[in-house]
Design a protein around this ligand. Structure first.
Ligand SMILES: [Fe+2]
Ligand SMILES: [Fe+2]
Length: 194
């Protein structure tokens, strides 16, 4: 079994990507930092797929797809030298990176999608010490958090290696304790990835 279980997920993501707001944003993000754009597309796909398993209503699946795509949109404002940096960030660089959920929130609000924006702003809140400027969406939006975490763990980035599925699940369990029912959906996928 692959990480993505439903054919419907990629169909829906394609539809979302053909919406003018999403197309425009995605092209800009890809031009700025391709690994972030690829990560965002995979996060959107997994968030939708988890949403289908969790029986999210259709409009929520759309929101999950948009939120997955836009969740790191605030990284448009983070210079590439920081995004691609090897090794630890300085205090100042870390602060710039930590602003990305809030910057992404503002961007998505400006597109007139407040429900999606709430999913975006909270995507690091359950797991990391990010500033709590806003309380994010803690319902369906948690699926974006989990999809983001899973993709970040399973793929290598310039600053870290990829985890094996089992190691990734252990690390996610340590970081994420909010919604056991959503976590179980992810675990089901990762446990069959050996
Ligand atoms: Fe992020
Ligand atoms: Fe992310």
């Amino acid at each position: 079994m692959g990480l993505i279980r439903h054919k419907e997920s990629s169909r829906l993501l394609r539809k979302i990507l053909s919406e003018p707001d999403a197309t425009g944003f995605y092209l800009i993000l890809r031009a700025h930092n391709r690994p972030t754009a690829n990560h965002s597309a995979r996060t959107a796909l997994l968030a939708i797929d988890l949403g289908i398993d969790a029986r999210a209503p259709r409009h929520v699946l759309w929101q999950l797809g948009f939120a997955g795509l836009f969740h790191d949109g605030g990284k448009l404002y983070v210079p590439n030298e920081i995004l691609n940096k090897f090794g630890p960030l300085t205090e100042e660089e870390r602060k710039i990176v930590e602003e990305h959920p809030l910057r992404g929130y503002e961007y998505v609000v400006s597109l007139g999608k407040p429900d999606v924006a709430k999913m975006v702003v909270g995507h690091h809140e359950p797991t990391e010490n990010y500033p709590r400027a806003y309380r994010g969406d803690n319902g369906w939006g948690e699926l974006v958090t989990l999809a983001d975490l899973a993709d970040s763990m399973l793929k290598a980035r310039s600053y870290k290696k990829a985890y094996e599925p089992k190691e990734a699940m252990q690390a996610i369990r340590q970081k994420y304790t909010s919604h056991p029912e959503f976590l179980a959906l992810l675990e089901y996928r990762l446990s069959s990835q050996e």
